[in-house]
Design a binder for this molecule. Structure first.
Ligand code: AMP
Length: 186
């Protein structure tokens, strides 16, 4: 199955993506995670991406697109994947369409996790304390939520028109949400 998982920062995408992918036996691919690893390893890509991550801004497409294309070229994605954090802009939707068209495959579903705004901020601030992510400070969180509603939320309309959206309530325990998602996919 070829899936996307979408939703605002703090909706639980990363946590759910890992568990859902494990259950479906496909790789979970998080662009945020790949970027953070590159920053940590101080690669050229990481050095270019860092200032955007730290501000809560989107990393430019020139950096992201090649990175995603290369990852989706790896053999473990042949029978499917769950993409977390990409696409985030309309231009990236087009890039993904092109990558998939080149391989002659299509997306099966786009999962959307819905979480109330207050809960999002509470979770993000909680994560800041536990994980020490440099982009989980209050100011950067505000910026990431803004970027999401301006640039990424419009993508839901695009995928809804294609009949791919599966909207799942992301509130409650982690396992409950996973079961809800798997039931929605069945
Ligand atoms: P995430 O872990 O998905 O919340 O992503 C963390 C940060 O990585 C974002 O705030 C962006 O700075 C960057 N990022 C991740 N995915 C993308 C993407 N598809 N396009 C641009 N920037 C991204």
């Amino acid at each position: 199955m070829r899936l996307l998982i979408m939703g605002p920062p703090g909706a639980g995408k990363g946590t759910q993506a890992k568990e859902i992918a494990r259950r479906l036996e496909i790789p979970a691919i998080s662009t945020g995670e790949i970027l953070r690893k590159n920053v940590e390893d101080q690669t050229l890509l990481g050095r270019e991406a860092r200032r955007y991550l730290d501000r809560g801004d989107l990393v430019p497409d020139e950096i992201i697109n090649g990175m995603v294309r290369a990852r989706l070229d790896e053999p473990d994605t042949r029978h499917g994947f769950l993409l977390d954090g990409f696409p985030r802009t309309l231009a990236q939707v087009e890039t993904l369409d092109n990558i998939l068209a080149d391989e002659g495959v299509k997306l099966d579903r786009v999962l959307v996790l819905k979480v109330d705004n207050d809960e999002l901020v509470r979770r993000l601030l909680g994560r800041a304390e536990s994980d020490g992510r440099t982009d989980d400070t209050e100011e950067v969180i505000r910026r990431r939520l803004e970027v999401y509603s301006e640039q990424t939320e419009p993508l839901l309309g695009v995928y809804a028109q294609r009949g791919l959206l599966v909207i799942v309530k992301g509130m409650g325990e982690v396992d409950e949400v996973t079961e809800r998602v798997l039931a929605a996919l069945a």
